[in-house]
Write a protein that binds this ligand. Structure first.
Ligand SMILES: [Zn+2]
Ligand SMILES: [Zn+2]
Length: 141
């Protein structure tokens, strides 16, 4: 039985072994990528902003953002290519959220993380103690 699934882009049934989307969508995405890439790689378009790229290529900001997040478009080469933070909509150039949203989330998570770290460390210590105990036992046999 092949691994059939609905394509997340168009909803068609497809075999999910090769790609996360169906062939038709894959082709569409590739064509869009080529369009975007052909546009921004031109020297005179290096400074293009996101909306200029959208206007020039007809590819949606969503798709372009996707290419950036996939690492297919390197924003470092395109200083004005920004996309909105997933949390507050502020323009960002890497990751999914802006640094202030990240800070907010992190300060909330930090106490949780610290707690987790402590229990991990305890577990680690426990394991080490257990192993020492056993290797001592083995040696005495
Ligand atoms: Zn599809
Ligand atoms: Zn944000």
């Amino acid at each position: 039985m092949q691994n059939l699934d609905n394509c997340p882009r168009c909803g068609d049934l497809f075999v999910k072994s090769l790609r996360p989307v169906c062939n038709k969508c894959h082709k569409e995405v590739e064509e869009k990528f080529q369009k975007v890439y052909n546009f921004i790689r031109k020297r005179e378009n290096r400074q293009a902003t996101m909306s200029e790229v959208v206007d020039a290529t007809g590819v949606s900001q969503e798709d372009i953002t996707h290419f950036i997040k996939e690492g297919r478009i390197h924003v470092r080469q395109f200083p004005n290519l920004e996309y909105p933070c997933e949390s507050c909509g502020k323009s960002i150039r890497e990751g999914r959220i802006c640094s202030s949203c990240k800070d907010n989330i992190e300060s909330g998570l930090q106490s949780q993380a610290r707690e987790k770290e402590r229990s991990e460390r305890d577990k680690e210590r426990e394991r080490a103690r257990y192993q020492t105990y056993h290797s001592l036992n083995d040696r005495m046999k």
